[in-house]
Write a protein that binds this ligand. Sequence first.
Ligand SMILES: O=C(O)CCC(=O)C(=O)O
Length: 351
Amino acid sequence: MPVAFLGRFAWLTPIMAVPPSLTPEQIAHFHREGYLIVPDVMEPEALEPLRQALHQALAQKAAELQTAGRLTDPHEDLDFDRRLAAIHRDSSANGEVLMKHLEGLRGGGFHSREMFDLISHPKLLAVIRGLLDTMEVVASSVYRIRPKLPKIGRGVVPWHQDSGYFAEHCDQELIITCWVPLVDATVGNGCMQILPRSHGGKVVRHHTGGNAGFLVINDEDLPNDPGRAVAAVCPRGGAVLMTNRTPHCSTPNTSDHVRWSVDLRYQSADVPTNAEAWPATIDDAGKADPAFYEKITVACYPPEADFLVCSEQHPERVTDYDTYVRRRVAYDRTTVGMTGMRPWPQAELSP
Ligand SMILES: O=C(O)CCC(=O)C(=O)O
């Protein structure tokens, strides 16, 4: 990178100091195809702190289960990529407890500093800013940590658009899913399948009650032939980026190791958000009290806390780690905005 070019960014905060990293061709690919795979966003080693933090949390919870007499072998000899699978093989109930502990869903998910450091990783945010074409970026707290276990159906995700999970008023907004594998993602370990050039229309009909409780789009409702799906193979250190209307699914893990991944979501600060709002001042429909907030919006996913990760206009408002944790915990303890999500029909059960 020429020094003169870097010099243009010298005034930026450390997070913004990484200059735009995508080529115009990559940005055009994302908008045309509805997805982009960037194999080298960061060094694979940059993911090591998060892998270790997850492994430590796993080990700690396994030790608790052992002390409680519920688990006999915590498989201490196995590495991060194999340990959870072995514990699950011994007892699926223990495996489920550990997965719920780590997954980052409502009810006490994972929000360590290493997780926050990944969400606000300067190189990741440089990619996101390029795709959103803005310096004002909000990270949605709808992030998920996914340990996809070998030969277990639970992690197989049926066809859906992420907008199927979001409130309808955000259907035409851009919310980027940034899928980060913590191991190399391959067809064998169940990487995602993406339907290209299918994100331009409306959010199609979803049904509730797909595999493992996920939403599902029936094949006949898909906006494109599922035979045209692209396997989103991506090495550790890379990222798969998709729009919220890009249909995608994921296939079984037939390998011998856990396919660990994290899916993060980002949007422009102009898109409806609760980034400045706290649950105590939001009503049951997710609407912020006008006495507290100049910009009153209902977030695209009201039950969880958004937070500002990048801002040229208001650098002082960028969320720090402690505030991120406080926001996450505060939303976790409420039922804020749980109403008002769209009522998709129930999938018909096969006889
Ligand atoms: O990780 C997977 O297998 C599926 C991820 C997914 O569907 C998503 O991030 O929306």
